[in-house]
Design a protein around this ligand. Structure first.
Ligand code: ADP
Ligand code: NI
Length: 213
């Protein structure tokens, strides 16, 4: 059944925008806007409920546990409270909270599989936004905020290390066919970028063969 929640979506959207504008952690409102757009496109292709997808995409980063002392309950709880306060029903609030809980868990340790099609669309959109040219931009913005080096041959702490650690693994994790289609080019771009970065770093693009200054 396709639910129609236009007023609810408008109210939640305004609240999330106010809460997330200017967030410097890579979880800014612009990221949320991209994820909403992408998740809705994927949802249309896959036949998922657009209202649930839109609400979950809007609220998916409302309270990242990494910024709340590892509290994984706060995101789903806030999402539920906001939806109920804005006049949404229990079923809608419950479905959205469940998606947000599973998105948060899948990133780390205690894995909980995404079970609803709506959740898969939002998770795919979130992952796609960490890939491609925007994914590269977000990774270096995050690294800059953490004062990380671009690259360090001696350590796994650089931003370039995040490519192997996470970004290049995302394509295989995509749930839906629609996301795989979009992700193919974004994944290829990440691979090409990494290769070009290392070629420049090592001076291979101008034929340098000396390793010392
Ligand atoms: P999400 O939970 O939305 O997938 P994260 O909180 O893991 O996102 O990361 C937000 C953004 O910051 C992503 O684009 C991600 O690639 C980037 N990021 C996260 N950790 C690192 C890191 N160690 N180095 C560089 N970028 C990172
Ligand atoms: Ni996100």
């Amino acid at each position: 059944m396709e639910s129609n929640h236009n007023n609810l979506i408008a109210a939640i959207s305004t609240q999330v925008e106010a809460a997330m504008t200017g967030e410097g952690s890579g979880h800014d409102w612009q990221h949320v806007e991209r994820v909403v757009k992408l998740a809705r496109f994927i949802a249309t292709q896959e036949g998922a409920d657009l209202s649930i997808v839109t609400l979950a995409a809007l609220l998916h980063d409302i309270a990242d546990h990494k910024f709340h002392n590892g509290d994984r309950e706060i995101g789903p709880r806030m999402a539920k409270e906001m939806i109920l306060a804005a006049g949404g029903d229990d079923a809608t609030a419950g479905q959205v909270a469940d998606i947000i809980e599973r998105i948060s868990f899948s990133g780390s340790g205690g894995k909980k599989n995404m079970e609803s099609l709506e959740g898969m669309c939002v998770q795919d959109a979130d992952r796609l936004d960490a890939m491609g040219a925007i994914g590269v931009g977000r990774a270096f913005a995050y690294g800059g905020a953490k004062s990380r080096l671009l690259f360090d041959v001696m350590s796994r702490e650089s931003t370039l290390a995040h490519f192997d650690d996470k970004l290049l693994r995302l394509y295989d994790l995509l749930n839906t066919k629609a996301a795989k289609q979009i992700g193919k080019k974004r994944h290829q771009f990440l691979q090409d970028y990494q290769q070009q970065f290392l070629a420049e770093w090592n001076g291979n693009d101008y034929g340098n063969d000396s390793t010392t200054i």
